[in-house]
Design a protein around this ligand. Structure first.
Ligand code: AMP
Length: 390
């Protein structure tokens, strides 16, 4: 059957989903190759959760992302009868230029390679499977969907840092990320609550990566993230907003190298660094260790601060939306965060919150509180289908 493959490639894993396009877009398979280059394992399940495969491979066969791409492609073709009409890729950075999903060709791939310095940890991994498909099947349509593009219409004041203009011109801008999630969720908000489609909405994408976005008339106007996906909220292992003076201190006084600072800020900070226990909110909620309690208090406090900032950017607030792993699954965290929004007139309906209903605010709340599951892969599949004109 004709299908679209959606690919999300990280440093040691390749996540994928397959959507049938014979009728309306329909998710068929989801899976991932993990442990690339060390202990590769391919897992896949059907859209109903039924396990289709769990199989290990020799490290030499899946030594890198191109190797993983070959194995996954062959498995889909040979065992699932999938005939690929196109591949849609999640690409972290579209740089200053790409404000929408883009059909890939040699020229576009080369331009995206130029953005590697803007996202050195992610962009090369996103581009590796694109190259692998392109070399093997040059006529197979491929589409890049960017985490940045939903935010590209930000005003100049939202897009700048207060450093000399030449840095902005060379690409040092406040890009914002999680754009595919925000685009999907804001579309769903318009379907669930049409009166909010042209309203002032904050969406909180709270997963292992976390950010918040201010949406006006369905468009992003401000984000808690900036030049990289480090800024803004504290995350599982990332620090979030930090005084740049701290980095100068680490370099000048502690003698840390750029790589050491990078590892500290990306891998050893956030909830993990604060608690010394775990980066996972479930573990912290289950712990009565004071450091776990403090890490969650800090997380909730910072979300409250950013709600104030983004409400100021919007000039008021009509709705606050929870999404991603923490936002979709933890009634406890939603309740704590909602309490921080009470000054904005938010009132939680505890029963609706406990039941995980889409609308969790009480009727006398002045802002709507919503829970909207995100679906970045479906967003990529839709964009890919649009761009191949099927
Ligand atoms: P995501 O990156 O969107 O997949 O979210 C993953 C994160 O969501 C995990 O690291 C957990 O911290 C969090 N999470 C998932 N399920 C729950 C839950 N039931 N309660 C609290 N946190 C959760």
């Amino acid at each position: 059957m004709d299908a679209i493959l959606v690919v999300n490639a990280g440093s040691s894993s390749l996540k994928f989903e397959v959507f049938a396009i014979d009728g309306p877009l329909q998710r068929l398979v989801e899976g991932q190759m993990e442990g690339i280059g060390t202990t590769p394992k391919l897992r896949a399940s059907g859209s109903d959760g039924r396990k289709l495969l769990e199989q290990g491979y020799p490290a030499v066969e899946v030594a890198d992302l191109p190797g993983a791409t070959r194995v996954v492609g062959a498995w889909l073709r040979e065992t699932q009868g999938v005939s690929l009409a196109a591949v849609g890729h999640r690409v972290v950075h579209g740089g200053p230029d790409y404000d929408s999903p883009t059909r890939l060709d040699e020229t576009v791939i080369e331009r995206l390679e130029r953005f590697v310095p803007l996202a050195p940890l992610h962009q090369p991994n996103n581009l590796a499977p694109i190259r692998a498909f392109y070399q093997r099947w040059p006529n197979l349509p491929q589409v890049a969907c960017f985490d940045t593009s939903f935010h590209r219409a930000h005003s100049a004041v939202a897009d700048h840092y207060a450093i000399p203009q030449r840095f902005h011109e060379q690409g040092v801008r406040r890009y914002g990320f999680h754009g595919l999630s925000y685009e999907y969720v804001s579309g769903r908000v318009g379907e669930i609550a049409p009166d909010l489609a042209d309203g002032r909405v904050i969406i909180a994408h709270l997963g292992s990566g976390a950010s918040m976005c201010a949406i006006q008339d369905g468009r992003s106007i401000e984000s808690s993230m900036g030049f990289t996906a480090l800024d803004g909220l504290p995350m599982g292992t990332r620090c979030g907003q930090i005084d740049p003076g701290v980095l100068l201190y680490l370099i000048a006084q502690e003698g840390m190298t750029a790589e050491q600072v990078q590892n500290l800020l990306y891998r050893d900070s956030g909830l993990k660094g604060l608690s010394g226990i775990s980066n996972d909110v479930r573990d912290l909620l289950a712990s009565d260790d004071p450091r776990a309690v403090f890490a969650l208090e800090y997380f909730v406090y910072r979300i409250g601060l950013y709600a104030g900032t983004l409400a100021a950017a919007l000039g008021g607030l009509d709705a606050f939306v929870f999404t991603a792993g923490i936002g979709e699954n933890s009634a406890e965290m939603r309740a704590r965060i909602s309490a921080k929004l009470s000054w904005l007139g938010a009132k939680l309906d505890p029963a609706a919150n406990a039941a995980g209903e889409p609308l969790i605010s009480s009727p006398d709340s002045t802002i709507a509180l919503l829970v909207v599951p995100t679906d970045e892969e479906l967003m990529i599949a839709r964009h890919t289908l649009d761009l191949i004109g099927r």
